[in-house]
Ligand binder design. Structure first.
Ligand code: CP
Ligand code: NVA
Length: 304
């Protein structure tokens, strides 16, 4: 059987995603009921981090343990990865000693080269281009709160970053729409987002127009990891792209607010919104755990 990787959102088709969401629902319910479920006993996850993380590390490590397996954390600083060992060689070695690998790194090309030389499934834990596990959790959270996302409108306000690109891909696979508003100079690059091009997103110069009628309003930091040198410039350029109460007011009455976290209150989102009644950011963060358990189960065992 060919190895299945999750390097970008559209690596899974709609039927597979629906299966993973259903498994996540069941795995979450069992976990809440303190039922032991160890399908990955004796399996080992290796997690490679070239950037900082709280949620991704915690959810993968705890998730693997809860499924009966174990997780090993490697980072660039204290492994040979930071000393120039070719990624292809690292992939050969790491994948002979483990059953599944999660990587958080810079260019998407790095994770693709790793996967091409890996004997085991590779999962993208965030690259400069994509953050597929995040959107898996976000859509699962939407479904939990509001039901199917098909045909709904998601407003993306802010930077056209890895999280934005992944929303755009997800819209194509799951047939919903994204209304995007970025400051000039930070526009979506469809090629970088690797879209099929079947028109599931619309661009708005004015963020208020993008938010109008949306079922979900979402944003992310103005400066992503790796872009810190641009921080001052970005603070100026993004000043009008804050999700605030006025913006939530023009969205649909029952609109949800999401943010992958970590957040900067007073920059991309006001405290009133992220801490307000429409915000589901804590469910969203928790659901990383449940969807990634379902994902690892699917990549390692197929349908159970
Ligand atoms: N949302 C997310 O991926 O958070 P971390 O950077 O803490 O992993
Ligand atoms: N866009 C952010 C997401 C962090 C989880 C970054 O890449 O830093």
């Amino acid at each position: 059987m060919a190895i299945k990787h999750f390097l970008q959102f559209n690596d899974l088709n709609r039927a597979e995603l629906e299966y993973v969401f259903e498994r996540a629902r069941i795995i979450k319910r069992q976990f809440k009921a303190y039922q032991q479920y160890w399908p990955l006993q004796d399996r080992t996850l290796v997690m490679i981090f070239e950037k900082a993380s709280t949620r991704t590390r915690l959810s993968f490590e705890a998730g693997m343990q809860q499924l009966g397996g174990s997780a090993i954390y490697l980072n660039t600083r204290d492994s040979q990865l930071g000393r120039g060992e070719p990624v292809e060689d690292a992939a050969q070695v790491i994948s002979r000693m483990s059953d599944i690998v999660m990587i958080r790194t810079f260019e998407q090309e790095i994770i693709e080269r790793f996967a091409a030389n890996s004997r085991v499934p590779v999962v993208n834990g965030l690259t400069n281009e994509y953050h597929p596990c995040q959107i898996l959790a976000d859509i699962f959270t939407y479904i939990e709160h509001r039901g199917a996302i098909q045909g709904k409108t998601v407003a993306w306000i802010g930077d056209s970053n890895n999280v934005c690109n992944t929303w755009l891909q997800a819209a194509e696979v799951l047939d919903f729409n994204v209304h995007v508003s970025t400051p000039p100079g930070y526009e979506v690059e469809p090629e970088r987002a690797n879209l099929y091009g079947n028109n599931h997103f619309e661009v708005f110069a004015d963020p208020m127009h993008a938010a109008r009628g949306a079922h979900l309003v979402t944003t992310d930091v103005w400066t992503s990891m790796g872009f810190e040198a641009e921080n001052d410039e970005r603070l100026r350029d993004f000043a009008d792209w804050q999700v605030d109460a006025e913006m939530m007011q023009v969205a649909s009455n029952d609109a949800l607010f999401m943010h992958c976290l970590p957040a900067h209150r007073g920059e991309e989102v006001s405290a009133e919104v992220i801490d307000g009644r429409q915000s589901v950011v804590w469910d969203e963060a928790e659901n990383r755990l449940h969807v990634q358990k379902a994902l690892m189960e699917y990549l390692l065992l197929g349908k159970v």
